[in-house]
Design a protein around this ligand. Structure first.
Ligand SMILES: C[S@@+](CC[C@H](N)C(=O)[O-])C[C@H]1O[C@@H](n2cnc3c(N)ncnc32)[C@H](O)[C@@H]1O
Length: 385
């Protein structure tokens, strides 16, 4: 009894992270990724940088390039952008990561890069502050959830303006899926710290999540529309799905993937005659084979699971809904999306979701002018077959 009382007291004394601390700790965790793990990011980093430079070349002006959710700029060709544009503006809630990005530049380019520690939405920072206050002031989990419900129900765009300078190039790389996920995972962290419960256990969770996703998409493309100069270009990339989730696929899918992949693994010299795919996969990530061969193995594994069972992947961005929003904002894609895997946590695959499907587009004002003037866009080309 005394221990329970002490636990309850501790819960009241433990302050939940502030939104700023949350962004800061997420960035610090990302920056602390082990070097051996980062080696597997090579295809993602190279393809992202290449496509961003294609978007940069498509932009008519050379004054300002703005990078949204820049973080430590892992996949952003910051040096090239600083050479090509008069000024590069990085915007993120996590200032420490952006400072590290600038410190990686040659000294003569650093003065061309400005940092803005700010919310890139009109709702996330305000929402997170409201959730923080509600959790701090609640005496029970029930009270906190009731207050969370009211906060999510009254959520609307434009709580705080998110203004950007007129930009010739806007880079929105891997940030779209975080706009709703960060506030949700922050709310979850507050509830866990203060009351030992998970946000997912709340009956209002699905409604709140859907509302936030809709709001984030609408808000983001409005921001791009308002900041893009006539003749400008947007590089948009999103982690649209994450997987594979081992617990989602049954025996049948596992067998299908195994029969397709075992011959390929043998060809790559990664599986012996008569052994199972699981045994061959279990040998990856132990520095036995070169990273390049392992990247190829993981890419084939992810492709095979995606083809065998899309349900083994969690949707992170509804591509059709995003396309509808950018068209409503007067933007159109210049071609089919680029498509690759970001193997973020290779060694957990397939037991935990370790790969992200990335899609990337270059968006332009629909009729060549300023996007706000051309909201009735021509249709976008669909994805590559
Ligand atoms: C997956 S990371 C993008 C990768 C990044 N280029 C890097 O290398 O660090 C997402 C970034 O978006 C930022 N972010 C998420 N939501 C944000 C918001 N509402 N306002 C500003 N930044 C946000 C995070 O702080 C994080 O740095």
């Amino acid at each position: 009894m005394r221990r329970l009382a002490a636990g309850l007291l501790l819960a009241f004394l433990l302050p939940g992270q502030t939104p700023e601390e949350y962004f800061h700790s997420a960035g610090a965790g990302f920056r602390a990724t082990a070097e051996e793990q980062r080696l597997f990011w090579r295809p993602h980093v190279e393809q992202s940088r290449e496509r961003i430079l294609v978007a940069a070349a498509a932009a008519a002006g050379r004054s300002t390039a703005t990078v949204l959710g820049a973080g430590v700029c892992t996949e952003i060709p910051l040096q090239d952008l600083a050479r090509r544009f008069g000024r590069v503006l990085l915007v993120d809630m996590d200032g420490a990561s952006m400072v590290e990005a600038v410190e990686s530049l040659p000294i003569e380019l650093r003065s061309k890069v400005d940092l803005r520690v700010a919310d890139i939405t009109t709702f996330a920072a305000v929402l997170m502050q409201r959730l923080h206050r509600a959790a701090e002031e609640s005496r029970t989990a029930e009270e906190a959830l009731e207050r969370f419900g009211k906060i999510f129900a009254s959520l609307e765009p434009g709580l705080l303006p998110a203004r950007l300078p007129p930009s010739d190039l806007i880079v929105s790389s891997l940030v779209l899926s975080t706009l709703h996920r960060y506030p949700l995972s922050y709310a979850d962290r507050l509830l866990r710290t203060r009351f030992g419960i998970r946000l997912r256990s709340w009956e209002g969770y699905e409604d709140a999540r859907r509302r936030l996703i809709r709001l984030a998409l609408e808000d983001h493309f409005r921001l791009l529309r308002d900041a893009l100069c006539p003749g400008g270009a947007v590089y948009l990339a999103a982690t649209v799905a994450r997987g594979p989730a081992y617990w989602q696929f049954g025996e049948e899918v596992a067998r299908r993937v195994e029969s397709e992949l075992l011959p390929e693994f043998r060809e790559l010299g990664l599986a012996d005659e008569g052994e199972s795919l699981a045994a061959a996969v279990g040998r990856l990530c132990h520095a036995r084979y070169g990273v390049e061969r392992e990247i190829e193995a993981f890419e084939r594994l992810l492709e095979a699971y995606e083809a065998a069972s899309p349900a083994a992947f969690e949707t992170m961005v509804d591509v059709e809904a995003a396309r509808a929003e950018w068209r409503r904002a007067g933007l159109r894609a210049t071609g089919p999306p680029g498509k690759w895997w970001w193997i973020e946590y290779p060694c957990s695959i397939p037991h935990s979701p370790g790969g992200f499907r990335v899609l990337s587009w270059i968006l332009r004002p629909a009729l060549g002018g300023s996007p706000s003037a051309t909201a009735a866009a021509a249709p976008d080309p669909g994805p590559r077959p």
